[in-house]
Design a protein around this ligand. Sequence first.
Ligand SMILES: *Cc1c(COP(=O)(O)O)cnc(C)c1O
Length: 372
Amino acid sequence: MVDLAGQYNKIKPEVDAAIQEVVESAYFINGPQVKQFQSNLEKYLDVKHVIPCGNGTDALQVSLMALGLEPGDEVITTSFTFIATAEVIALLKLTPVLVDVDPDTFNIDPKAIERAVTEKTKAIIPVHLFGQCADMHSINDIAEKHDLFVIEDTAQAIGADYTCKIHDKTKKAGTLGHIGCTSFFPSKNLGAYGDGGAIFTDDDELAAQMRVVVNHGMAVRYYHDYVGVNSRLDTIQAAILDIKLKHLDEYAAARQKAATYYNNAFANHPKIKTPVTAPFTTHVYHQYTLVLNNVDREGLMKHLADKGIASAVYYPVPLHMQKAYLDPRYKEGDFPVTEALAKSVISLPIHTELNEEIQKEITEVFSEYVNK
Ligand SMILES: *Cc1c(COP(=O)(O)O)cnc(C)c1O
């Protein structure tokens, strides 16, 4: 699905030197590269505070911890996402309230959020799934009306641009709500060579609180005012990410070019629906995800695998049907869009190292099965 080694080879001398420098300095934890990457990411995103942390799941957990929510408080999120989003809500004994998604963009449906708000609702976590922003204008309106926090899960959409309908102003994904969270998992659009994550906010108080939470609840050394966690970005990872950040826009352009090739190859096919990008956002294609109509997905995936072509299903099981998250409030049929997508989506390889030759083969082998 990705070619991380191919991508590394293009920046190898710079990355190798940066890693070597960290090893020789032995400044493995909180070395100067962490601050430098933090500051460069703040500039790139045009956000006041970036708080580096251990991974994207921690970023979400720390955000919720910093809001001082009480057990039983409700957090609204999407039924069609990676488990981490709901996992941290459940882990903190908050109540995940799931809502369905838009069938075109796969992102959380604001109308469904509005219907799910109760007096216990404290926050909304929209996920910018597969690389395009959710409808943040509508989500922020609902949040303002009901006095809710908005935490964006930007793990799949770092670098995407959102254009505010009213102000016609462009802002980066993750800087549109109160807090943004991202992951630097190796296959993410800005990937480290191991785990990593970060939290973004323009709010000074929230930033200060989150810096305390990631550091064992400690503002003054060995004085612990809160129960916190230990969540840090390694110096080596920060040094690598600082180099890759300079290439992020070029990486997004490569993914967009690959997506355009696929879009053209599958255009107007009665059995294949190509990705739909909402008018207010760019798409950075963390995944290139098609919706199949009347195609045996298992058979197709096997046909691709037999020819050495990767494919994947993100995500085969909606959150409310995951064993660990079964809940009497929900039953099969409650989220029809999510349930239909879980049965019909398929993702094709998309990354910075694709070329037309590879894509020609992928689309030909794919169409061979679908057209048979
Ligand atoms: C990858 C991902 C996460 C978690 O990130 P990790 O760094 O793996 O903990 C959270 N949410 C979404 C939508 C993701 O894709």
